[in-house]
Design a protein around this ligand. Structure first.
Ligand code: TXA
Ligand code: MG
Length: 327
């Protein structure tokens, strides 16, 4: 059921769970300090009980009230990139009211989202809001209100429609608690290049996060139908009744006779966007993948391509590595 942002404020204050738009992906929100409300998020998503939730705040001043400290490196990054598509790992005080949302972990991951609708909700509530992506555990993240409704249906207490999420991929998660090193725990739109503009000399490291970020232990995030990685297109090797996901560039290079073969065998082409505009490609990424489930096909093939070394390129590669299976 669609609700307004003001409805969401009232519902959240009453311990309900609502889906909200953010600039990255839609979130399934509850007030982070209400254990019963947070428990509902886990139930609705069918989320493993040891997988902590990101907590959302409206300002750095508000974050300060809930964490031990905001170290200098994190402060600088927050000043530059928050509100925005980036989250930070910070230490909690012993007796933190956020421990239920963090599944007992001594650290919390905080984010100040850059979406006007969600920010206004956060300001009105003035309490931290836990919000994982608004999908069933193991499914892909939703970037429109319709995708949330298709996946979670009537399980939430409402969905605030804020249009399609402009970034389209989950936030980057950074551990910037040290003065000498920044760890990228989950790649996103803010990455090495953006960080180095601020800290030209600091060491920025990608870390293999399965021991730090519980969510990365669960290997598959995928549409219901299998998405298989292929290196090249030889029509003979592809099963019929399938989707073929490829970039605009690869689409442009397909020879005419191959196109005819595809259509005679119900191989439907799904354009992922252009590598020349990764912002647009990322924005539509999950939505494009979600259409595989609605097409009259049994599986999808994904034509391997190199998305390059930019932060967004790496983030796209990272999400794909979790979605694709080997053909
Ligand atoms: O863009 C985003 O970050 C979206 C929007 C809604 O804000 N949220 C999101 O949440 O992607 P979620 O739960 O789908 O992914 C958060 C990841 C999970 O892999 C989780 O295990 C990890 O962050 N995480 C959250 N809190 C943590 C903590 N205290 N310690 C370690 N990992 C944590
Ligand atoms: Mg998620």
């Amino acid at each position: 059921m669609k609700i307004t942002a003001d409805d969401a404020v009232v519902l959240l204050l009453h311990g309900k769970v609502v889906a909200v738009p953010t600039e990255t992906v839609y979130g399934l929100a509850a007030i982070a300090t209400m254990p019963a409300a947070v428990a509902k998020i886990f139930a609705i998503k069918n989320r493993p009980a040891d997988n902590p939730l990101i907590c959302h705040f409206h300002s750095m001043e508000q974050v300060k009230k809930y964490v031990k400290e905001i170290p200098a490196t994190t402060q600088k990054l927050m000043h530059k990139f928050s509100p925005g598509p980036v989250s930070f790992m910070l230490d909690l005080p012993e007796d933190s009211a956020l421990k239920f949302a963090t599944c007992g972990q001594p650290q919390v991951i905080v984010r100040i989202p850059g979406h006007a609708v969600f920010l206004s909700i956060l300001k009105k509530i003035n309490q931290p809001v836990a919000a994982p992506s608004a999908n069933t555990s193991g499914k892909i993240s939703p970037t429109t209100a319709e995708m949330v409704e298709q996946d979670l249906g009537g399980k939430t207490d409402g969905v605030v429609d804020g249009g399609s999420s402009p970034v389209g991929l989950e936030s980057a998660i950074l551990d910037a608690r040290s003065e000498t090193e920044i760890f990228i725990l989950r790649p996103g739109a803010i990455g090495k290049d953006e960080i180095r503009e601020l800290f030209p000399d600091i060491k920025v490291q990608d870390v293999n996060t399965s021991h730090i970020i519980p969510g990365s232990r669960y290997p598959h995030y995928a549409p219901n139908k299998p998405v298989l990685l292929i290196d090249n297109i030889s029509a003979a090797a592809l099963d019929g009744n399938a989707a073929l996901i490829l970039t605009q560039e690869d689409l442009n290079n397909l020879p005419m006779p191959l196109l005819d073969k595809f259509s005679s065998r119900n191989i439907q082409l799904l354009r992922l966007g252009s590598k020349g505009d990764l912002n647009e490609l990322a924005k539509n990424f999950y939505h494009t993948l979600s259409t595989v489930d609605r097409l009259d096909v049994t599986k999808a093939y994904f034509l391997k391509t190199d998305f390059g070394d930019s932060s967004l390129g790496r983030a796209i590669e990272n999400r794909l590595s979790r979605i694709l299976r080997n053909a």
